[in-house]
Design a protein around this ligand. Structure first.
Ligand code: NI
Length: 397
């Protein structure tokens, strides 16, 4: 089974799906028109699809003609609060909401894969579940489908993202770390207010907060191994009401990114120590909230990666594969990867100077050359078919 030719034939259909989804861009958890469109298209094809009364997104299920394992393919479907300025003819019809992270591409590619796999379902040795996932951009969309048990029968999974550090039309399936964890924190410093001219009568929360911000960077430079990537960033600081008042409260929020469980695991405790002792040194007190959002995306199942790379080679030859620098961005597919150990995340390159597709994701000018979308559809479908073929004869979950 090789899906390259049929996927290319379906290119116009995939592009048309993408135009609809791009024009009807919807924010996280508001993907109602998007979900309705996907359900409608899948239903018209005759593919069984499950949608949810209390949640957006849907899961299509294609049962093969022969028994075997269950493999899940995932696309996210939400957009961002960005006013589009990409110059494409099919701009978002929703003011201030734009598919600036390519999730419209992912959904149309997965719909393309559904078309490909459905046509050849008699030959499949197992089941393919296609997850159209809500609310990736707020990092918590993926949890629902796992936590509610809708994916408990899944043996292996693949997610994919169009990616602008990879040349357009190249496929990247890389071993090891790929994207970072994302954990957020909020620190509140309490001092004592006073007149700005008599600081000795107060306990300055701004000075204590400033010292905390500087000291937090020693987590990266002096506690973490220099061989592990780690980012600790304070993104907001809110303090004070007027120039001549020593303020008694300062609130900071920030984010922590890491590629290994080790680097990720030591941050909270170290941060608490630094926050408490630095505040104390300044005569203040502090409290901290630390929220674990998403683990890193790591492609640690090398045998599964080999199946995905084999699928890409089978479709487009060895030259289609390429490597890319590890990203410090995050992706909530990692929640599913944590629960489904046989899982991987792939990139489909979309950087192309000739067509002006040079902008990063989350930029109001982000665009892609749509002629690559059928390749993403083929990669999804080929991986699923090859995984089922290569694991046939084994017991599913
Ligand atoms: Ni994204």
């Amino acid at each position: 089974m090789n899906f390259a030719t049929r996927a290319a034939e379906l290119s116009d259909t995939i592009i048309a799906d993408r135009h609809y989804l791009h024009q009807h861009a919807e924010l996280s958890f508001q993907e109602h028109e998007t979900t309705a469109y996907l359900v409608d298209q899948l239903t018209k094809l005759g593919i069984p699809v499950q949608s949810f009364e209390d949640y957006t997104g849907c899961i299509a299920t294609i049962r093969g003609g022969q028994p075997g394992k269950t493999v899940m393919l995932r696309a996210d479907i939400d957009a961002l609060p960005i006013q589009e300025n990409s110059g494409v003819e099919f701009e978002s019809l929703h003011p201030g909401v734009m598919h600036a992270c390519g999730h419209d591409c992912h959904a149309s590619m997965l719909l393309g894969a559904a078309r490909l796999l459905w046509e050849r379902r008699e030959e499949l040795k197992g089941t393919v579940k296609l997850l159209f996932q809500a609310a990736e951009e707020v990092f918590i969309g993926s949890r629902y489908y796992w936590d509610k048990g809708y994916l408990s029968d899944v043996d292996a999974a693949m997610g994919m993202h169009v990616w602008p550090t990879v040349p357009s039309g190249k496929i990247c399936v890389q071993d090891g770390p790929l994207m970072a964890s994302c954990d957020n924190f909020k620190i509140t410093v309490h001092g004592v207010s006073a007149h700005g001219s008599t600081p000795h009568q107060g306990r300055d929360a701004i000075v204590a907060a400033s010292a905390i911000i500087c000291n937090l960077q020693t987590i990266v430079s002096r506690v973490n191994s220099p061989l592990n990537s780690l980012v600790v960033s304070v993104g907001t600081i809110k303090a004070g009401t007027q120039f001549n008042i020593i303020t008694d409260t300062a609130v900071m929020e920030g984010t922590v990114r890491a590629h290994t469980p080790e680097a990720r695991g030591m941050v909270e405790e170290t941060m608490r120590r630094i926050v408490n002792t630095t505040a104390e040194a300044m005569g203040c007190t502090a409290e901290m909230e630390y929220k674990y959002l998403e683990p890193p995306v790591r492609n640690d199942d090398i045998a599964l990666n080999d199946i995905a790379r084999g699928a890409a080679r089978e479709l487009y030859g060895s030259d289609v594969l390429c490597a890319t620098p590890v990203a410090t961005g995050s992706e909530d597919f990692s929640y599913l990867m944590d629960h489904i150990p046989a899982s991987l995340f792939a990139f489909l390159g979309c950087y192309e100077e000739e067509t002006g597709c040079v902008h990063p994701v989350h930029n109001e000018k982000f665009k892609i050359n749509e002629n690559i979308l059928h390749m993403g559809a083929a990669q999804y479908a080929q991986f699923a078919a090859d995984y089922l073929e290569q694991t046939a004869g084994g017991e599913g979950k």
